[in-house]
Design a binder for this molecule. Structure first.
Ligand code: UDP
Length: 328
């Protein structure tokens, strides 16, 4: 019995592959390698390079492996890019989900754990954000995740699938041993961009606006370590395997950190100078996003352990050992 990991060669998916294998589970990975890295996976893992939107690719996997559950990480995930290329996002994310669910129904695969996002909420009325907050995504990326959640809900009602949708807040860090980590090209996320400064790959970090209505004027986010995040996927899988019902959970630490606090933490962790330039706001950035993760604690028993110091320290171990990321 195998778990199919769609997008398993990406940043978060590759950490899931490792964790599931450590638990002794059989996994099969599907990844198009458009943004993922084959080198992030163990050499001996069953791996299919292909596009999820091709039903023949999924049929071949389901015919060859006895798949009991799916972890679905495969999606385009850049907010700014989604504003430029909305139809590409709907194709890859929404159509990808349609083809995946159809294949699951065809082959009688009944469980799916899905990577959703805090982007489904848009600008919140208040923080911490609970799962009951209104869904008002402010960009095509968040909209695509909202639609993907709805598709699972309706498919579950009609076909007896069960799903867990995990709404990630800001994911950061790397495997504790620094052997796999984050490598986006181009990079757009705060933690890896900050760490490029002490690595000598950029002269300074630009703060996108310091005139927000927050204590130091910079945006506040809720950072969750990638290993803690993967732990939630394992718990979600067990929840479904134990007969648990379909559900939606926020995954965050319930603590907000400003951009300036993250830079200060990186100075402390790396022990290197970190010059800062204050730039313009990035369009579409909410001032504050902080999760209530109480439901994930109550229902799944999930408790994130890593604080921002540890998240940045693990990211630093990965980036300082692999300054240019994975070899192409
Ligand atoms: N940010 C920044 N400078 C950068 C990259 C990001 O000030 O070079 C800020 C961004 O405006 C946001 C926070 O850091 O407030 C986290 O951004 P990221 O892109 O990592 O994640 P997001 O919150 O957009 O999902």
């Amino acid at each position: 019995m195998a778990v199919l990991i769609c997008g398993g060669a990406g940043y978060i998916g590759s950490h899931a592959v490792r964790a599931l294998r450590e638990q002794g589970r059989e996994v099969v990975v599907l990844d198009s390698l458009r943004t993922g890295h084959r080198q992030s996976l163990p050499a001996d893992v069953p791996f299919v390079e292909g596009d999820m939107r091709d039903p023949a690719v999924l049929d071949a996997i389901f015919a060859r492996h006895t798949v009991e559950s799916v972890l679905h990480f495969a999606a385009s995930s850049l907010v700014g890019e989604s504003m430029q290329l909305p139809l590409q996002y709907f194709s890859n994310n929404v159509h990808g989900m349609q083809v995946l669910l159809e294949a699951m129904v065809r082959h009688g695969v009944e469980r799916i754990v899905f990577s959703s996002s805090a982007a489904v909420y848009g600008e919140p009325d208040s923080v911490p954000i609970t799962e009951e907050a209104p869904l008002r995504p402010g960009n095509p990326y968040g909209e695509s995740k909202r639609i993907m959640e709805s598709m699972m809900r309706w498919a579950a009602a009609a076909h007896g699938l069960r799903y867990v949708s995990l709404r990630y807040f800001n994911v950061g860090g790397a495997a504790a041993d620094g052997s796999i980590g984050e490598d986006h090209r181009p990079e757009s996320h705060l933690i890896p961009l900050i760490l490029q400064v002490p690595l000598g790959r950029r002269p300074h970090i630009t703060i996108f606006g310091d005139d927000y209505d927050t204590p130091d004027g910079t945006c506040i986010r809720d950072y969750v370590g990638v290993e803690d995040l993967i732990e939630a996927h394992t718990l979600a899988l067990r929840h479904l395997e134990a007969g648990g019902q379909s559900d939606v959970f926020n995954l965050g630490s319930e603590q907000g950190f400003s951009v300036r606090q993250m830079i200060e933490t990186a100075r402390r962790v790396t022990g290197r100078p970190l010059p800062v330039v204050v730039g313009a706001r990035r369009p579409g950035d909410p001032a504050r996003l902080v999760a209530s993760s109480r439901k994930a604690g109550d229902v799944l028993g999930w408790q994130p352990r890593q604080g921002v110091d540890e998240i940045i320290a693990s990211a630093w171990r990965w980036h300082s050992r692999h300054p240019a990321g994975y070899k192409k």
